[in-house]
Unconditional design. Structure first.
Length: 757
């Protein structure tokens, strides 16, 4: 590593510690002083001292820059928190039309030395503005450090430090300098061109790969779930890999020379801008620019130096980007490639070279390509998998194979699609011809993803302690193999041991989830409800929805996957409101559901209701409408489904469930209000229960005294999250506490699990 690499490493580490680990600057300063003292006293060779000095110099620069950035950019924004003020700002992107109005990204004058990135939410109005326009508005301002009521670094990682809420008629638009944001107009035109050229079945994938617009891709829950299982989400969105494709494409078209390098660099910069300067694209763009500049300045290119330089530049632009998951994954993947890909490729080629086919040119190239693809996939996964397991609680087992099989198809889609889109602006039929050629690699990619995602245990979930143990064991074996060098027999032995350990982990996960117990879990889905019951190898899910941004279907999949389950025996919907049923379509598309049990819908023509019922029929799920009380068996537990008792809207006409095992009973009342609860007490025979799922997320009009005195629960579970309804209500919490009932809240505790034996 060169001098620049050591300085950059120190800068990156200090900024990461200050931002991600919440270390204060004085703590970092004391640590640096202690490190310098230790360095001065330690009997180290001069070269180590030199590198340590460079590293600590970079660390000092990182700390100083974080202080300056905080004082000049972040502090002025924080001073406006909680105020209502008039701001003048420049629009930096096209407004996004939403169900509540418009959302704008702007650079506002907030009283500091530099403009502040503000996300503006305009209610009840569609704002007609373009990038470069100047707007003036009066808004209620607050720090952009929460997401659905919970502290989050999502906005800060994007450089957004303020959010503004504006009412109708408070935004004044003045024409501005549109030419400064020409790349936004290019991006919009490119997205429109892709929508014109590509058919509906591959359009979401083409939009994501070519423009970075993942709106349509994210709307297809089944496809995104398959891609997550296969570990190829990075392929199907604009990432660093696509910058490599672009550089290779331009070099292939124009050759490799100094003049061509000077042509390619502006194109890479334009591509970075058009795709929104995402961390992975920016990182790859900087690294490729340094690669192209190296021969021009007569310097040797070094991968580690380029990577750390790219990281330093990104963190200098916004130190808080260190908290971004995308940036962490991008740099972890690239670091794995730089450090291990060559060694892995050589280790894979060693046994292949003894094969007879190696003597022939074409087979040798194919085998080398296969070895290089596997090595690159392994290298990228080596450092990124722990982060994926930590943030997303999943590990794809088929990712190396799928990446090798699908990488070429996405590269063809990218190359042909990009050329076709460009030529389509000149002559549309020519662009459509190239797009037609690009469609087939895209369909091959979708086919591979669909086939491999259907393989049992294509992905495992770290919700299981046994899977976490297997992951640690696997990394221990990898470390031993890398330390041992190129010994194919040891690699094969280690691989066999890792596979055996995985089989054991999955077996133990499945066995431990039953063991004659009733498992009850209230999932943390924000302001919504999703409950999971399991007994005797059978699984029931009660509701699956959220109104505060949580992916309730993903939460259910992770819980089931952590237990080695792939099927839901019963899916109950207490009613069809989105906070209880909004994620059911996604769940039906991604998990096998045997029986869907619902009340008669109060609004059969409602869009969500129609979608759920239609999808259940298409998936072959048995559909039952409950019009009278029904008894069902769930392994060693019994379920009683009470037919709707109330009158009026869906809340009062929903299902109520009682789950019983031996002397333990769990009562789930959905969104029933006090009147319906009293009808339940008067018209049905209820036992003393142990667990009550508080009605309507702890509403003041549920969990009434009559119900509590009748069933006398020992514990109450409240499924709630960020909301503007005041849930759970203070009076409800008082009633529960006064009755001596222990209260468990998902907004405080996360997932709440009970094991009843």
């Amino acid at each position: 590593m060169r001098r620049l690499a050591w300085v950059s490493a120190g800068l990156c580490v200090s900024i990461f510690c200050a931002i991600q680990l919440r270390a204060t600057l004085w703590q970092l300063g004391v640590s640096a002083v202690l490190a310098l003292l230790a360095l001065a006293a330690a009997p180290l060779p001069e070269r180590f001292r030199r590198r340590a000095r460079l590293f600590l110099t970079g660390a000092a620069c990182g700390m100083l820059w974080t202080v300056l950035y905080t004082q000049t950019v972040l502090a002025p924004a924080r001073q406006l928190d909680g105020q209502t003020a008039e701001l003048s700002a420049v629009v930096t992107d096209f407004p996004l039309e939403t169900s509540y109005g418009s959302r704008l990204e702007v650079r506002a004058d907030a009283g500091g030395l530099f403009p502040v990135h503000v996300r503006v939410y305009v209610f009840d109005e569609s704002v007609q503005a373009q990038p470069g326009d100047r707007i003036t508005f009066t808004a209620a301002l607050q720090k952009a450090d929460t997401l659905y009521g919970r502290e989050s670094d999502v906005f800060a990682a994007k450089g957004v430090f303020l959010s503004a809420r504006v009412r109708r008629g408070c935004v004044q638009v003045q024409p501005g300098r549109h030419a400064l944001y020409f790349y936004r107009y290019i991006a919009r035109a490119l997205q429109a061109q892709v929508r014109t050229l590509f058919p509906a079945d591959v359009r979401p994938l083409a939009l994501a790969v070519l423009t970075g617009n993942r709106t349509e891709l994210n709307a297809d829950a089944a496809l995104t779930n398959r891609m997550e299982i296969c570990g190829v989400m990075h392929i199907a969105a604009v990432s660093g890999m696509h910058v490599v494709f672009l550089t290779a494409l331009l070099t292939l078209l124009f050759g490799h020379s100094r003049r061509v390098s000077l042509l390619v660099i502006p194109v890479i910069l334009l591509f970075m801008a058009v795709t929104g300067f995402s961390p992975s694209v920016t990182r790859a763009g900087i690294m490729n620019i340094l690669l192209l500049l190296a021969p021009l300045v007569r310097r040797e290119h070094d991968g580690i130096s380029s990577l750390l330089t790219a990281a330093s530049l990104l963190l200098l632009v916004n130190p808080y980007a260190a908290a971004g998951v995308g940036l962490q994954l991008s740099f972890a993947s690239c670091l794995g490639l730089v450090l291990t890909a060559d060694r892995c490729r050589a280790a894979l080629e060693a046994p292949l070279q003894r094969c007879r086919l190696w003597q022939y040119r074409l087979p040798r190239r194919l085998l080398r390509g296969l070895a290089a693809g596997l090595a690159a996939s392994f290298g990228a996964m080596l450092f990124s998998t722990p982060l994926i397991a930590f943030y997303f609680e999943t590990v794809s087992l088929v990712a190396p194979v799928v990446n090798v099989l699908a990488l070429w198809s996405v590269s063809f889609l990218f190359g042909l699609g990009l050329i076709g889109s460009a030529l389509g602006f000149l002559w549309l039929p020519l662009g459509m011809g190239l797009a037609w050629l690009a469609v087939w690699p895209a369909r091959f990619f979708l086919l591979v993803v669909r086939l491999f995602a259907g393989i049992p245990y294509a992905a495992v979930y770290t919700a299981s302690v046994f899977v976490r143990g297997w992951l640690l064991y696997t990394y221990g074996m990898i470390a031993l193999c890398l330390a041992a060098g190129r010994r194919p027999r040891q690699f094969l032995t280690a691989g066999a041991l890792v596979c055996a350990a995985l089989a054991g982990a999955l077996l133990l996960s499945g066995l431990s989830s039953d063991a004659g117990a009733l498992l009850f879990t209230a999932l943390d889905v924000g302001q919504g409800q999703s409950l999971v019951l399991r007994s005797g190898g059978m699984t029931a899910v009660v509701d699956c929805g959220s109104s505060s941004g949580a992916d309730a279907a993903a939460e259910v999949r992770m819980l089931l996957g952590g237990r080695g389950q792939r099927q839901i025996d019963y899916l109950f919907l207490t009613h069809f409101h989105s906070d209880h049923a909004g994620a059911v379509p996604e769940l039906l598309e991604t998990v096998s559901v045997r029986t869907l049990i619902v009340p008669e819908p109060d609004k059969p023509d409602d869009a969500l209701t129609r979608q759920i019922l239609t999808l259940a029929e298409a998936q072959g799920t048995e559909l039952r409408f409950v019009t009278e009380d029904t008894a069902l068996s769930l392994g060693e537990a019994q379920l009683t489904v009470f037919a709707p008792l109330g009158y009026g809207d869906a809340n009062d006409c929903g299902l109520i469930l009682l789950c019983s095992k031996d002397d333990t009973d769990i009562l789930i009342t959905g969104d029933a209000d006090e009147t319906t609860e009293k009808l339940l007490v008067y018209r049905r025979t209820l036992p003393d229960i142990e667990i009550l799922v508080a009605g309507h997320h702890g509403s003041a009009f549920s969990s009434c005294e009559t119900l509590l005195q009748s069933v006398r629960p020992e514990a109450a579970v409240i499924s709630c999250g960020y909301n503007t309804y005041g849930h759970p209500a203070a009076e409800t919490l008082y009633r529960l506490s006064a009755a001596g009932i222990r209260i468990y809240r998902t907004d405080f505790a996360g997932n709440i699990a009970f094991t009843i034996r």
